[in-house]
Design a protein around this ligand. Structure first.
Ligand SMILES: [Fe+2]
Ligand SMILES: [Fe+2]
Length: 167
């Protein structure tokens, strides 16, 4: 199975195993997810095996789905309220919708040149979205009085629930 192995799941990188995430800080958790997702895209770019590409796309979509859901359910509402934001969170949510549309075109599709093109577009779009979260949203969120450890603890619990549902 060595040829079809993919990287460990994000669930392997959690508060229990990663000293940097213990206690779980909301922004650090989200950044850790971003690193995992970026590494999966890089792995996709290096692989030529159709079987492994399909596995990687399933992993990328699962990681993105759980990550965006946690942001939308827990992180975004808290930050929106703390910042009284009417711009950043709505824009990030619209970008999530676009990510979901791009993902819907990948799952179950044949691996051909269009598939590879869709992955490249999804990868570029995720990179753009992540840069905006890091440079704008996370920075501004960090300047609020939000309790990031409390938020992070909620996110860890919800992520475990969502991952369990997907198994
Ligand atoms: Fe994110
Ligand atoms: Fe996001």
């Amino acid at each position: 199975m060595g040829r079809t192995r993919v990287s460990p799941t994000t669930s392997a990188r959690n508060a229990a195993t990663d000293p940097d995430l213990n206690p779980p800080h909301a922004i650090k958790l989200l950044k850790a997810d971003h690193i995992v997702i970026r590494s999966l895209f890089s792995e996709y770019g290096r692989t030529t095996s159709v079987g492994k590409k399909k596995l990687l796309v399933a992993r990328i979509c699962a990681e993105l789905a759980v990550h965006t859901q946690i942001e939308e359910e827990i992180f975004f509402p808290a930050v929106k309220q703390a910042l009284k934001d009417k711009v950043l969170i709505p824009e990030a949510t619209v970008e999530h919708d676009t990510l979901k549309f791009l993902m819907s075109q990948l799952l179950g599709a044949t691996v051909d040149e269009n598939f590879n093109a869709r992955i490249r577009v999804l990868s570029a779009y995720v990179a753009h979205h992540v840069i905006e979260e890091h440079n704008l949203l996370f920075r501004r969120a960090a300047s609020t009085k939000l309790n990031m450890l409390q938020l992070g603890a909620k996110m860890v619990v919800r992520k475990a629930e969502l991952l369990a549902i997907r198994r």
